[in-house]
Design a protein around this ligand. Structure first.
Ligand SMILES: Nc1ncnc2c1ncn2[C@@H]1O[C@H](COP(=O)(O)OP(=O)(O)O)[C@@H](O)[C@H]1O
Ligand SMILES: [Mg+2]
Length: 429
């Protein structure tokens, strides 16, 4: 922190001056002893020189003493400043020597580990580590010492754990380590932070996210079930009644003479036919009963064909591998079918495409669906639209079934959606 000046007594000019003065004085004293008796001027010169060198020597000693005091005061002040910085740091700071005994323990460390520094100075660092990590940790520090790297983050991938001083509690930390040599000895300094609160917040957030995901998937599933029920009701109940009404009407018409009443009965017949048609369409939209009857692959083929007819977009449908539709769980078939329906609707509504490709297959125990178009493509902003729930719902349902969904710009420039869900058999609980 402070640059220490070279001590005055070792500066070459002072040394040379001192030696020269002493040598001169020696010669002068020798001369005075030989011839000084009868030469008074020589004696007084010698005396004056002796006194001058003595005074200079005394002055030097005083200056040296003053300087070394000033220096040690400056050093003390800089040590104090450093100690204050270390103590006011928010993070715990612990320094250990080569034997991994604690030599520095700041105030934050006292708080984190819940002990006083007097109790731990000189003690091994081990007491702050869970027992199972002690050996490995010692080796890590030794290895770090050999690398010669000055500092690095500890535990890049895993969460590190530390132990309170009384051994009562393990807690997660984030830490970095550095090393420095002083007086030929190596010291390691660990700066660490208790991240219990952050980990807890993360855990709560994750579990809430998971709950929300399950909830939204269940809402979607419940909606699906409700739709199925209405579709069945429409198809079975209403369908039968309409059929019965039509049969009665034709019996009636057979008995009616030609005229206004017969014309009216004929119009009722037409209306009944139209009603049957709308009912079928509505119930098929609510839930394609053929998904239950035909299975996923044929229902998908039907959907693609209908879509191509209505939209005028050329769709290439591929089902390379045969899989047993009977074995596929209903929620899974539903999810994939709805995903295909939503993708096709999106192509018609947003893509402005001329062609589309649909691929359905089973591979490595997972069901795969790919839908691609040659339209304008999709951007991340599109996917984030707050009011657009089609793709978000799809993602939730796929995640709920343990699958994955990717939506990206295809090589051909349009949009490509790829979905895979692990196959659950219908028998599975
Ligand atoms: N095939 C596609 N081509 C281009 N843009 C698309 C395509 N599919 C979806 N998008 C964009 O992504 C947005 C989100 O789609 P989606 O979640 O299905 O909601 P919605 O269809 O109700 O808008 C759409 O509004 C559209 O901008
Ligand atoms: Mg949509």
């Amino acid at each position: 922190l402070t640059k220490v000046k070279r001590p005055l007594q070792r500066s070459p000019s002072v040394l040379a001056g001192g030696i020269a003065a002493l040598a001169g004085l020696g010669v002068l004293n020798f001369a005075a002893a030989l011839w000084g008796g009868d030469r008074a001027w020589l004696m007084s010169l010698d005396l004056a020189a002796d006194l001058a060198v003595l005074a200079a020597g005394l002055a030097l000693v005083v200056i040296l003493a003053l300087r070394s005091q000033a220096q040690s005061e400056a050093l003390d002040a800089s040590h104090e400043r450093l100690a204050a910085i270390v103590d006011s740091a928010m993070d715990a700071i612990i320094t250990v020597d080569e034997e991994q005994n604690i030599v520095l323990f700041n105030r934050a460390a006292e708080e984190v580990f819940r002990c006083r520094r007097e109790q731990v100075l000189g003690a091994p660092l081990d007491r702050f580590l869970p027992a199972r990590f002690r050996g490995a940790h010692r080796n890590h520090i030794e290895h770090f010492g050999r690398t010669g790297i000055t500092s690095r983050k500890m535990g890049d991938v895993t969460t590190l754990a530390a132990l309170r001083a009384d051994g009562s509690e393990e807690f997660p930390i984030e830490a970095s380590i550095s090393q420095a040599s002083e007086g030929g000895k190596r010291y390691f300094t660990v700066i660490l932070r208790d991240i219990t609160r952050r980990k807890e917040a993360e855990r709560v957030l994750n579990s809430q996210r998971e709950e929300l995901r399950v909830l939204s998937a269940q809402v979607l599933e419940a909606r699906e079930e409700e739709k199925t029920r209405i579709a069945r009701e429409l198809h079975d109940e209403l369908g039968q009644m309409l059929t019965a009404a039509k049969m009665d009407l034709s019996a009636l018409r057979a008995r009616l003479p030609a005229g206004e009443s017969a014309d009216r009965a004929a119009r009722i017949g037409e209306l009944l036919d139209q009603t049957v048609g709308s009912m079928r369409r509505i119930s098929a939209d609510l839930r394609p009963l053929m998904l239950d009857d035909l299975g996923l692959a044929d229902a998908a083929a039907w959907l693609v064909e209908e879509f191509a007819k209505r939209s005028g977009i050329a769709v290439h449908f591929e089902r390379p591998e045969e899989f047993d539709p009977g074995a596929i769980d209903r929620a899974l078939a539903n999810t994939v079918y709805r995903a295909l329906q939503e993708s096709l609707t999106n192509i018609a509504r947003h893509a402005g495409a001329k062609q589309a490709w649909v691929l359905l297959g089973a591979r490595n125990g997972a069901l795969h669906l790919e839908v691609e178009d040659d339209g304008r493509g999709i951007s991340p902003a599109d996917l984030a639209k707050a009011k657009s729930l089609g793709l978000k719902g799809m993602r939730e349902r796929v995640a709920y079934l343990g699958g994955a969904l990717e939506i990206e710009r295809a090589a051909r420039g349009g949009t490509r959606l790829r979905l895979q869900v692990p196959i659950r058999s219908r028998a599975a609980p």
